[in-house]
Design a protein around this ligand. Structure first.
Ligand SMILES: [Zn+2]
Ligand SMILES: [Zn+2]
Length: 339
């Protein structure tokens, strides 16, 4: 029998199709684009590789390699997206069109190149390198946060062709938008209502339960937990959440890069080795800037491996059908040895 499960944090439902369920190891990625292991460390034609800086828009942030300062000696580098969805060069003006809302494309759209190596995804990076990548993202997050016209900052990564990336070289993207979209608004409203009813943060409640239950936990440190959510939308959906109740990814949190880096590394390495470098989207969910002091929201990372395809039913109903049990995939992840 299949079952329907509800995500407490969104009130959305999923169908866990246990009749069609596959064993966790059956999700190993076999097709898609080239895997990191097949790529060279440097590509002459890649605009993100060191030495090719002239092919990108002018950078607005970098961390150099220790003790080096040459033009190509960077460890991380941030550039405006060459084809930005939004730009800070435009004005923020509302241009209503009869009954429709319209705002011109004000905002930020930047690319964080987190490694000089063409073939080194997060799973293969050193923890110290990931720490620098997080520092870089935080630096740009703070810069966008300082602009009062920005309402929400979205940090994400598309890894692999099935996740929508067009460039092989590992990179994150950060988009600062001048509006709060309905999906984010809805998450906030669900969290606010839960807080009104219980006096608790819904994310803290989920986390406390998962820690007690243990079945869906992948790993736990003093600062973060990683788990497969009860109502996973897709096989191996993974959430990483700070154990302390922290509303926003932004603001002064000096220990964040060093405490998050080892957890992100472990989770990525387990996916990489356990499922043969699957394509995935990584999304950082954080409070809109106006809600940063709200007691009911809790920032977290969601990793969505693209191992199955969504189709008409998902688009039409918003109900995802997933063909794996998160209890089984979490156990599979726990058992994958990584250093
Ligand atoms: Zn490259
Ligand atoms: Zn919380």
């Amino acid at each position: 029998m299949s079952e329907l499960r509800q995500d407490l944090t969104t009130r959305e439902w999923v169908i866990i199709a246990t009749d069609r369920a596959r064993r966790p190891q059956e999700f190993t990625a076999t097709d898609g684009g080239k895997k990191a292991a097949q790529l060279p460390p440097y590509s002459e034609t890649c605009p993100f590789c060191p030495g090719n800086e002239k092919f990108t828009p002018e950078e607005n942030f970098r961390i150099n390699q220790v003790g080096k300062s040459g033009p190509s000696d960077w460890q991380t580098r941030v550039i405006p997206n060459k084809f930005p969805a939004l730009s800070p060069k435009s004005e923020l003006t509302r241009l209503p069109d009869h009954i429709f809302n319209r705002v011109n494309g004000y905002g930020y759209h930047e690319v964080v190149i987190e490694t000089p190596f063409h073939n080194r995804p997060l799973a293969l990076m050193e923890v110290g390198e990931i720490e620098k990548a997080i520092q870089t993202i935080r630096g740009r997050y703070e810069a966008m946060r300082a602009d009062p016209k920005v309402r929400l900052i979205v940090v994400f990564k598309n890894h692999g062709r099935a996740a929508g990336t067009s460039l092989e070289h590992p990179h994150f993207q950060i988009v600062g938008v001048p509006i709060v979209p309905g999906g984010v608004r809805s998450r906030i409203e669900v969290a606010e209502r839960y807080y009104d009813d219980t006096g608790n943060c819904v994310y803290c409640a989920v986390m406390e339960h998962e820690i007690k239950d243990k079945e869906r936990i992948i790993l736990e440190t003093e600062y973060f937990i990683a788990f497969h959510p009860f109502a996973s939308r897709m096989p191996f959906e993974t959430w990483i959440m700070p154990c302390g109740h922290i509303t926003s990814f932004g603001g002064p949190q000096p220990d964040l890069p060093s405490t998050l880096a080892p957890v992100l590394k472990q989770v990525q390495a387990k996916l990489y080795h356990g499922l043969n470098d699957p394509d995935f989207n990584l999304i950082l969910h954080t409070a809109p800037l106006a809600d940063e002091d709200a007691p009911y929201y809790h920032w977290h990372i969601q990793i969505l491996p693209r191992l199955t395809l969504q189709a008409g039913f998902e688009l039409g109903s918003g109900i995802y059908i997933t063909t794996a049990l998160p209890e089984e995939t979490a156990k599979f992840m726990r058992d994958i040895p990584v250093n």
